[in-house]
Design a protein. Structure first.
Length: 169
Protein backbone atom coordinates (compact mmCIF):
# COMPACT_ATOMS: atom_id res chain seq x y z
CA UNK A 1 0.00 0.00 0.00
CA UNK A 2 1.53 3.28 -1.15
CA UNK A 3 0.46 6.79 -0.08
CA UNK A 4 1.32 9.52 -2.57
CA UNK A 5 3.78 12.23 -1.53
CA UNK A 6 1.97 14.78 -3.72
CA UNK A 7 -1.60 13.86 -2.78
CA UNK A 8 -1.95 12.93 0.93
CA UNK A 9 -5.35 11.26 0.48
CA UNK A 10 -4.29 9.19 -2.53
CA UNK A 11 -3.18 5.61 -2.05
CA UNK A 12 -2.09 3.08 -4.65
CA UNK A 13 -2.42 -0.62 -4.07
CA UNK A 14 -0.63 -3.06 -6.35
CA UNK A 15 -1.64 -6.66 -6.74
CA UNK A 16 -0.63 -9.68 -8.76
CA UNK A 17 -3.08 -12.33 -9.89
CA UNK A 18 -2.83 -15.70 -11.57
CA UNK A 19 -5.58 -14.86 -14.06
CA UNK A 20 -7.63 -11.99 -15.43
CA UNK A 21 -10.73 -13.42 -13.74
CA UNK A 22 -9.05 -13.23 -10.33
CA UNK A 23 -8.03 -9.62 -10.97
CA UNK A 24 -11.59 -8.59 -11.89
CA UNK A 25 -12.83 -10.12 -8.64
CA UNK A 26 -10.45 -7.90 -6.65
CA UNK A 27 -13.19 -5.76 -5.09
CA UNK A 28 -15.19 -8.78 -4.02
CA UNK A 29 -12.67 -10.16 -1.56
CA UNK A 30 -11.29 -8.93 1.76
CA UNK A 31 -8.70 -6.52 0.33
CA UNK A 32 -10.78 -3.31 0.51
CA UNK A 33 -11.73 -3.89 4.20
CA UNK A 34 -8.01 -4.45 4.93
CA UNK A 35 -7.16 -1.15 3.22
CA UNK A 36 -9.90 0.60 5.21
CA UNK A 37 -8.43 -0.84 8.42
CA UNK A 38 -4.97 0.45 7.50
CA UNK A 39 -6.07 3.96 6.49
CA UNK A 40 -8.31 4.19 9.53
CA UNK A 41 -9.78 7.65 9.15
CA UNK A 42 -11.53 7.43 5.80
CA UNK A 43 -13.03 4.62 3.75
CA UNK A 44 -11.17 3.42 0.68
CA UNK A 45 -12.99 3.42 -2.63
CA UNK A 46 -11.68 1.81 -5.77
CA UNK A 47 -11.46 4.71 -8.24
CA UNK A 48 -9.25 3.27 -10.96
CA UNK A 49 -8.43 -0.26 -11.92
CA UNK A 50 -5.82 -0.99 -14.58
CA UNK A 51 -4.27 -4.20 -15.81
CA UNK A 52 -0.67 -4.58 -16.96
CA UNK A 53 1.59 -7.37 -18.16
CA UNK A 54 5.06 -7.50 -16.59
CA UNK A 55 7.68 -6.89 -19.30
CA UNK A 56 10.85 -6.28 -17.23
CA UNK A 57 11.51 -7.26 -13.61
CA UNK A 58 15.07 -6.74 -12.44
CA UNK A 59 15.04 -8.20 -8.91
CA UNK A 60 12.80 -9.46 -6.15
CA UNK A 61 11.33 -6.84 -3.83
CA UNK A 62 11.67 -7.52 -0.11
CA UNK A 63 8.36 -8.68 1.38
CA UNK A 64 8.58 -6.04 4.11
CA UNK A 65 9.00 -2.28 3.94
CA UNK A 66 12.49 -2.50 5.44
CA UNK A 67 14.99 -1.99 2.65
CA UNK A 68 12.46 -0.71 0.09
CA UNK A 69 10.33 2.15 1.40
CA UNK A 70 10.17 4.49 -1.62
CA UNK A 71 8.69 3.92 -5.08
CA UNK A 72 8.36 6.04 -8.20
CA UNK A 73 5.93 5.42 -11.02
CA UNK A 74 6.36 6.91 -14.47
CA UNK A 75 3.29 6.61 -16.68
CA UNK A 76 4.43 6.55 -20.31
CA UNK A 77 2.35 6.66 -23.48
CA UNK A 78 4.58 6.11 -26.50
CA UNK A 79 3.92 8.17 -29.62
CA UNK A 80 3.88 5.03 -31.77
CA UNK A 81 3.96 1.28 -31.29
CA UNK A 82 7.06 1.29 -33.53
CA UNK A 83 8.94 2.97 -30.64
CA UNK A 84 8.24 0.09 -28.23
CA UNK A 85 11.36 -2.01 -28.95
CA UNK A 86 13.74 0.94 -28.49
CA UNK A 87 11.88 2.04 -25.37
CA UNK A 88 12.06 -1.45 -23.84
CA UNK A 89 15.79 -1.66 -24.57
CA UNK A 90 16.40 1.77 -23.03
CA UNK A 91 14.53 0.85 -19.82
CA UNK A 92 16.51 -2.38 -19.53
CA UNK A 93 19.73 -0.33 -19.83
CA UNK A 94 18.47 2.27 -17.35
CA UNK A 95 17.65 -0.37 -14.75
CA UNK A 96 21.09 -1.97 -15.25
CA UNK A 97 22.78 1.40 -14.73
CA UNK A 98 20.70 1.97 -11.59
CA UNK A 99 21.79 -1.43 -10.26
CA UNK A 100 25.44 -0.60 -10.93
CA UNK A 101 25.62 3.06 -9.90
CA UNK A 102 22.95 3.59 -7.24
CA UNK A 103 23.47 1.56 -4.05
CA UNK A 104 19.95 2.54 -2.90
CA UNK A 105 18.28 1.03 -5.98
CA UNK A 106 16.28 -2.09 -5.06
CA UNK A 107 14.42 -3.10 -8.23
CA UNK A 108 12.94 -1.90 -11.48
CA UNK A 109 9.73 -2.99 -13.12
CA UNK A 110 8.22 -2.19 -16.47
CA UNK A 111 4.61 -3.04 -17.18
CA UNK A 112 2.73 -2.84 -20.50
CA UNK A 113 -0.96 -1.97 -20.43
CA UNK A 114 -3.18 -4.95 -21.14
CA UNK A 115 -5.52 -2.68 -23.10
CA UNK A 116 -3.40 0.05 -24.72
CA UNK A 117 -0.29 -1.27 -26.53
CA UNK A 118 1.58 2.06 -26.36
CA UNK A 119 1.00 2.60 -22.63
CA UNK A 120 3.66 1.55 -20.11
CA UNK A 121 4.10 1.95 -16.37
CA UNK A 122 7.67 2.11 -15.12
CA UNK A 123 8.06 1.32 -11.42
CA UNK A 124 11.36 2.05 -9.70
CA UNK A 125 11.87 0.85 -6.12
CA UNK A 126 14.47 2.41 -3.83
CA UNK A 127 15.68 1.79 -0.31
CA UNK A 128 14.35 5.21 0.73
CA UNK A 129 13.61 8.70 -0.58
CA UNK A 130 17.21 9.87 -0.20
CA UNK A 131 18.44 6.96 -2.32
CA UNK A 132 15.99 7.86 -5.07
CA UNK A 133 17.17 11.47 -5.06
CA UNK A 134 20.85 10.50 -4.97
CA UNK A 135 20.46 8.06 -7.87
CA UNK A 136 20.31 10.81 -10.44
CA UNK A 137 23.64 12.22 -9.38
CA UNK A 138 25.77 9.42 -10.83
CA UNK A 139 27.45 10.69 -14.03
CA UNK A 140 26.58 7.49 -15.91
CA UNK A 141 22.88 7.93 -15.10
CA UNK A 142 22.90 11.63 -16.02
CA UNK A 143 24.58 10.81 -19.34
CA UNK A 144 22.08 8.05 -20.07
CA UNK A 145 19.05 10.26 -19.36
CA UNK A 146 20.51 13.07 -21.48
CA UNK A 147 21.10 10.72 -24.42
CA UNK A 148 17.64 9.06 -24.10
CA UNK A 149 15.21 11.98 -23.68
CA UNK A 150 11.47 11.36 -23.41
CA UNK A 151 10.75 12.82 -26.90
CA UNK A 152 12.66 9.85 -28.38
CA UNK A 153 9.70 7.71 -27.33
CA UNK A 154 6.68 9.88 -26.51
CA UNK A 155 5.11 13.17 -27.56
CA UNK A 156 4.40 14.01 -23.93
CA UNK A 157 6.78 13.56 -20.99
CA UNK A 158 5.80 10.77 -18.62
CA UNK A 159 3.66 11.55 -15.61
CA UNK A 160 5.76 10.71 -12.53
CA UNK A 161 4.52 10.16 -8.99
CA UNK A 162 6.44 9.27 -5.85
CA UNK A 163 5.10 7.10 -3.03
CA UNK A 164 6.10 6.06 0.46
CA UNK A 165 5.58 2.36 1.14
CA UNK A 166 3.65 1.68 4.31
CA UNK A 167 2.71 -1.96 3.86
CA UNK A 168 3.78 -4.93 1.73
CA UNK A 169 2.07 -8.29 1.73
Amino acid sequence: MLPSYAYPNKFTVLGRWESVEEAWNFGENDVLPLINDMTGTFPANLTRFEGYDAVIETADVPPTVDGASFEQFADWTLSSISKAADYLQSRQELFALQQTHNPGFVAGRLYRSAGIPTKFLMRTIFRDRAAAQAGGSAPELREFVASHPAPNYANVSPSIEAYAVIHRM
